[in-house]
Design a protein around this ligand. Structure first.
Ligand code: SAM
Length: 239
């Protein structure tokens, strides 16, 4: 019987994103357009010629490491949130993070490529990546090969419908002052993130329970009401 081999890879970059903790990160790329994320190429890969030709492509495949799951054991069967946590599927039929090799893959739109001194950044739209995520490779998205018009979506055939999100007066006021101070699109980002209803499946039917998510240096407090999700308060960490 052929046995498996172990390989070693080199990190080529790191993600800087608005998601400073796992809870709340969209479950797939492209779901939250307001996400801000940038891939910084690390030495010795921070050279402009390494990107020659990429300017003609709109999207890239980003191969990354689920670095916050490395200590956790992989599982052959997992409970996809899409199935309400009630059913188990084989891990290779899912995008779950607890995989034999903790490697993730996201197709992301390139916003802009820019340089700051010796640093090179690729700004990306709609990322589903934690701040600090190590990147091991990027490749151009090739429409002629990668678009599959006959593809089937298995147990996740389409996007989940967004939940209704509302803001308390206090939260609206806090978000607006944050936007003025930091020049960041906080209000629309919070709306799009919470619209995805990040609650774990076992809490998805509970109401009036407080939840928190972190975006950049803010702690957003929100709770589920009968028919909407209410953002109650926004704390700024180093204010
Ligand atoms: N699109 C990728 C894929 O299919 O491989 C990721 C899908 S995975 C379900 C997305 C989730 O991974 C996010 O919601 C977040 O909780 C988690 N995640 C993102 N970056 C991570 C990291 N660096 N370490 C651990 N978990 C991470």
């Amino acid at each position: 019987m052929t046995s498996s081999t172990t390989f070693e890879f080199t990190q080529i970059g790191v993600i800087h994103s608005c998601y400073t903790e796992k809870f709340g990160i969209p479950r797939q790329p492209g779901l939250v357009e307001e996400t801000t994320a940038s891939l910084e190429l690390l030495p010795p890969f921070n050279r402009e010629d390494i990107l020659d030709g990429l300017e003609g492509f709109s999207h890239i495949w980003v191969h990354f490491v689920f670095h916050k799951c490395i200590q956790e054991k992989w599982k052959a069967k997992v409970r996809p949130p899409r199935l309400g946590g009630k059913e188990k599927m084989g891990v290779f039929a899912t995008r779950a993070t607890h995989r034999p090799n903790p490697i993730g893959l996201s197709v992301l739109k390139i916003d802009k490529i820019h340089k700051h001194g010796k640093k090179i950044f690729i700004d990306l739209q709609g990322a589903d990546l934690l701040d600090g995520t190590p990147v091991i490779d990027i490749k151009p998205y090739l429409p002629y090969a990668d678009i599959k018009t006959d593809a089937l979506g298995g147990f996740a055939p389409e996007k989940s419908a967004p939940s209704q999100v509302e803001f308390s007066e206090l939260a609206t006021h806090q978000a607006i002052s944050y936007e003025k101070k930091f020049g960041r699109n906080l209000l629309s980002l919070i709306k799009q993130v919470i619209e995805q209803d990040p609650r774990p499946s076992y809490l998805s039917n509970t109401t009036d329970r407080h939840h928190g998510i972190k975006l950049w240096n803010t702690n957003i407090k929100w709770l589920a009401k009968e028919d909407h999700l209410l953002v109650t308060e926004i704390e700024v960490e180093d204010d």
